[in-house]
Write a protein that binds this ligand. Structure first.
Ligand code: SF4
Ligand code: SF4
Length: 74
């Protein structure tokens, strides 16, 4: 079975750089950039736990599962 992959969307218009998201991320898919700004450092590491999305006080993170298109040539 293929490994699931996720897209992490950060809405910088809502984000207040509080740091919760990259502090709670268990795999360090999220990291901090200058002035505490969150960045997606490695989306491949995301396990889709949704901790960042649920704990962000400003509803600035959205994690979505990438849907793999399976070609059927049969
Ligand atoms: S938890 Fe939300 S508001 Fe805080 S740094 Fe992360 S995205 Fe920004
Ligand atoms: S869903 Fe989980 S693993 Fe993925 S970026 Fe958010 S906290 Fe990290």
């Amino acid at each position: 079975m293929a490994k699931k992959s996720y897209k992490i969307e950060i809405n910088y218009y809502f984000c207040k750089n509080c740091g919760i998201c990259y502090s709670v991320c268990p795999t360090k898919a999220l990291d901090s950039a200058e002035l505490g700004k969150p960045i997606v450092s490695d989306a491949e590491k995301c396990i889709g736990c949704l901790m960042c999305e649920r704990l962000c006080p400003d509803i600035a993170i959205n994690v979505v599962e990438n849907v793999k298109v399976v070609e059927n040539n049969g």
